[in-house]
Design a protein around this ligand. Structure first.
Ligand SMILES: NC(=O)c1ccc[n+]([C@@H]2O[C@H](COP(=O)([O-])OP(=O)(O)OC[C@H]3O[C@@H](n4cnc5c(N)ncnc54)[C@H](O)[C@@H]3O)[C@@H](O)[C@H]2O)c1
Length: 347
């Protein structure tokens, strides 16, 4: 195959970052961009010397692209992916695959049935250190897993939520769990498997003027039998950490973002053997203060998956697992949190 012709949908913050990544990827060319804000689409198109569209359906039907890269608000991802897949286009999608599990599953099934590559920007899964530790967990080297937990204590100011109408809405963004903590949630289910039950969940809107939660605590069980705690917030200033901790009957590991900071089993410390040069994602206080190395890994892998007719590192089915966990945790939390208040305990 010649170069894979990419059409980027959404020319906002992450869309611009993707475009700078695509311009460096061998085997791909930027063929079109699409944004409902037409001047933004046209300005971006003139920078990258490609076609401009304001409608994803028109871009998908244009015959000018082989694949779409979806960088729009999260609640639009699967719908736009479906429009593209209907036209036989491969789909790369920013995280999460969608806010809505049913729509996300429909997208996975359509791409599978048509033999199209579907991948999602869950970039932690591309780092060698994180891959090695996860593989060790899956192979049972840490023994049976007892616990896998995530702590994401970050900061966003009100101006961030006010910067676009979709931010912090339940329909298009979700709260801190669906947005800022999604990578940590995906990391948990990557290591410990799908969430099978939510024993406790509280989602509150504590500090920001927004519809969805800016603070969430949940206790979950995984199909693997492990338990986990998730604590996620955008209320913590200064921001503290994005940490994953996992331990089993024979070993343990801890991550700072995607970087392994501790790893050992059977009484031996293997931390130095799995350190990556730079696998910190960033983004603790500012959404776009992030490393783009993981995005570049995902983009290059997506193109090679298309060219070689193989699965990508992150498949649509991989990405669906954290969307199912999102659904279950939000369902468990909803009765206590719809108005951002806890119900009064019975006297
Ligand atoms: N993987 C990561 O590390 C990472 C980092 C940042 C953002 N993201 C994800 O990227 C997505 C976008 O975030 P952002 O910060 O770039 O948002 P943004 O608001 O800056 O950009 C979104 C763009 O989409 C356009 N848009 C809206 N509706 C559209 C439609 N129907 N068709 C075409 N274009 C449309 C908007 O005009 C805007 O230009 C979110 O899903 C977010 O979770 C992922």
């Amino acid at each position: 195959m010649e170069r894979v012709r990419i059409g980027v949908v959404g020319c906002g913050a992450i869309g611009q970052a993707h475009l700078s990544v695509w311009s460096q990827i061998e085997g791909a060319s930027i063929a079109a961009v699409c944004d409902t804000a037409r001047p933004r689409a046209e300005e971006t198109a003139s920078k990258y010397e490609c076609a401009a569209f304001a409608d994803v359906g028109e871009m998908a039907a244009s015959g000018q692209i082989d694949a779409v890269d979806i960088c729009t608000p999260s609640g639009l991802h699967a719908r736009q992916g479906l429009v593209a897949a209907e036209q036989g286009l491969h789909v790369l999608c920013e995280k999460p695959l969608d806010i809505d599990y049913g729509r996300a599953r429909e997208l996975v099934e359509l791409c599978d049935s048509r033999g199209l590559v579907l991948s999602c920007v869950l970039q932690r899964r591309t780092y060698a250190g994180a891959q090695a530790v996860t593989q060790a967990c899956h192979e049972g080297r840490l023994g049976r897993l007892i616990s896998c937990s995530a702590y994401v204590k970050w900061w966003r100011d009100q101006a961030y939520y006010d910067s676009s109408a979709w931010r912090g809405t339940r329909a298009l963004d979700g709260g801190v769990l669906a947005n800022q903590a999604l990578h940590a949630l995906d990391h948990m289910v990557w290591i410990a498997g799908p969430v099978s039950a939510v024993d406790y969940a509280v989602a509150e809107t504590r500090m920001h003027n927004m519809e969805a939660e800016d603070f969430l605590v949940a206790a979950v069980r995984f199909e693997s039998g492990a338990h986990g705690i998730i604590e996620a917030t955008t209320c913590c200033n200064p921001p503290l950490c994005s940490r994953i901790e996992v331990f089993g009957e024979r070993g343990a590991a801890a991550f700072d973002d995607a970087s392994v900071v501790q790893f050992g089993y059977g009484g031996v410390d293997y931390t130095d053997s799995v350190r990556d040069v730079d696998s910190r994602l960033g983004g603790r206080a500012e959404a776009m203060a992030i490393s783009l190395q993981g995005h570049a890994n995902i983009a290059a892998d997506f193109v090679e998956a298309i060219r070689q007719g193989r699965k990508p590192i992150v498949t649509g089915r991989d990405a669906l697992v954290s969307v199912a966990a999102l659904r279950d945790i939000y369902l468990a939390a909803t009765p206590t949190t719809r108005e951002g208040r806890r119900p009064r305990r019975p006297e």
